[in-house]
Design a protein around this ligand. Structure first.
Ligand code: ADP
Ligand code: MG
Length: 255
């Protein structure tokens, strides 16, 4: 067998696809420039590492299950002048995940809460964190659907295995007794172990109404807000503004 065939077979066995793809060209370049053998190896190793990292980010982002591709570069901070941009960019460095801290994004519908939560979540994926996105209703349903102990354990293990969990739209729909208890168990399980980003349209004082139980809500808020960054967003609804702009531009209803 020729040495090329052997080499390529070994590279496949070792799962080094970038090495395999790039080595002929790298070998040619290094020969032309009369570079050291180490230089050749380094170039290929670097390529392998970079590709692997990029693939891992794509995989983590897919596994997180975000509802849309939103990021910080597409967020217009000038539309929300009261929002502290520096603070958001600081949070995007994800030290809060390291410190097991939480974020609560609070504000009326349409002001970009979900956009920011997804953007911060994707940033965490980029920084090697395992992330999962749920809506509050979806999360309550997942618990309710875990019929037996085994399924529940699997769900809890999945949750415990994340560094960061986004719970979107807490408070939009009343949860009912079972749903509230499930979410309470969820918040307890995450306490000081998994960071949370919660988005909500309800000030904390109104949470007992959603959970239907003053004592439960108190205990839940206690855990959630122990170490928390509260970000209040006051602005006009972007959806509304965007809609009006489109109408003025004469292309209303074209989407
Ligand atoms: P909320 O979760 O607060 O109800 P969303 O995050 O769903 O609001 O925002 C509604 C829509 O408007 C989304 O498509 C979002 O990307 C967009 N949006 C909201 N605020 C901004 C902003 N400041 N810059 C860019 N897009 C925004
Ligand atoms: Mg939202």
């Amino acid at each position: 067998m020729s040495s090329t065939v052997l080499l390529e077979s070994h590279l496949k066995t070792l799962k080094l696809p970038s090495f395999l793809k790039e080595y002929p060209q790298a070998a040619r370049q290094c020969a032309e420039k009369d570079e050291a053998y180490e230089e050749f190896l380094l170039r290929l190793a670097e390529r392998e590492v970079t590709t692997r990292e990029a693939n891992a980010v794509v995989r983590r982002t897919r596994q997180a299950g975000f509802p849309a591709e939103k990021d910080l570069t597409s967020f217009d901070f000038t539309a929300v002048p009261k929002l502290n941009k520096k603070r958001i960019l600081q949070l995007a460095r994800c030290e809060f995940v390291e410190k097991r801290e939480n974020i609560v994004l609070l504000g009326p519908p349409g002001v970009g809460k979900t956009h920011l939560a997804v953007a911060l979540g994707r940033e965490a994926c980029r920084r090697s964190r395992r992330v999962k996105f749920f809506t509050a209703a979806g999360l309550a349903t997942r618990y309710a659907e875990a019929r037996d102990q085994r399924e529940l354990l699997r769900l809890e293990r999945h949750i415990a295995n994340r560094h960061l969990i986004v719970v979107d739209e807490l408070g939009y729909v009343p949860l009912g007794q079972g749903g509230a208890e499930n979410l309470f168990n969820f918040f307890s399980a995450c306490y000081e172990r998994t960071s949370l980003i919660v988005t909500t349209n309800l000030p904390f004082s109104e949470w007992p109404q959603v959970f239907g139980n003053e004592r439960l809500t108190g205990a839940l808020l206690d855990r959630l807000t122990h170490r928390v960054h509260i970000i209040e967003i006051q602005a006009e609804s972007w959806r509304l503004k965007d809609g009006l702009k489109r109408q003025k531009g004469g292309d209303a209803g074209k989407r």
